[in-house]
Ligand binder design. Sequence first.
Ligand SMILES: Cc1ncc(COP(=O)(O)O)c(C=O)c1O
Length: 384
Amino acid sequence: MNCNGVASSIMNSGSEISNGTPGEKMVTRMVDLRSDTVTKPSKAMRAAMASAEVDDDVLGYDPTAFRLETEMARIMGKEAALYVPSGTMGNLISVLVHCNIRGSEVILGDNSHIHIYENGGISTIGGVHPRTVKNNKDGSMDIDLIEAAIRDPRMEICYPTTRLICLENTHANSGGKCLPVDYIDKVGELAKKHGLKLHIDGARIFNASVALGVPVHKLVQAADSVSVCLSKGLGAPVGSVIVGSKVFIAKAKTLRKTLGGGMRQVGILCAAALVAVQENVSKLEGDHKNCKTFAEGLNKIEGLKVDVASVETNIVYFDITEGANITSQELCKSVEEHGILLMPESSSRIRIVLHYQISEQDVQYALSCIKQVVTGVPYANGVK
Ligand SMILES: Cc1ncc(COP(=O)(O)O)c(C=O)c1O
């Protein structure tokens, strides 16, 4: 089923699925906006995977893993890099390397991914104590509040020992907001002043780099470690990379094995990731543009509200206003019938994440369907 009578205009486009009966081809567009983790490997990625040179990476012999790690270390301006299965493991390993003495504490945002969505792994697996500082709407934490949260070593008879500060860039729960380089550098200076390390959860650090117009190595120059997701905006099917000093990465490698993240012929996955890094960074700007268009379109729909000015990268949250007679769950279910997949955040809030496999046409189609579901009136622009 299609909305707005737009079936003919979306026939035979790149993002269609067939759901018709034999003999009568019925197609509908699939627009998956749940996350930037839903991308499918491109033809180039699949070809690279098929021909990847591989060997046992746990023994340190996989040439494609080596190539990816060398390239990522170069791009990020760090001495070394390590491929890990996920962003969650990248953050966990990083925190555990920096906080390898029992009784360690990490300062991190109360709305950060590490604190909220990673199963409390730093505590349950690492025995590391989290000390949260309020995340501002822009994803930052006030520097004076960070400093106030650092434990006084003279009271170590009572207190855990602060060893690490974690930032997140872009900040997912704040709607993909970017932390600017001068802020990160100031947090880095604070960390140094107190003998602490700085880790950045850079799951979407390339989005931040592109949106801010700052080379990614500059954005992380103050960090001792960064975890970078390859399987989000960059579109690789699997994996993240952590970067840091050679000493940090050597320790991280041991921990990766401890956690079961050492993989043998992993070059198959790294080959796709190399294509992602080479081909997809330049596409992020288009995602951000589409995201802004989406936000503006949503904001024009009666019954929906978006803080358009706050959209900086590829994530947009929108609210259903009180007058609208629909919950987010109902909205998501209705648009799903039109092939549009969204992620409800609460009963009145929905999250949308753009990625390179969402075209401008997909954006217009999704807006059209959402408008019809919320108001019963077709979206003015329709589908081009
Ligand atoms: C900001 C941030 N950090 C870390 C992660 C964890 O990545 P993964 O899903 O690969 O474990 C995510 C995942 O969505 C994320 O958004």
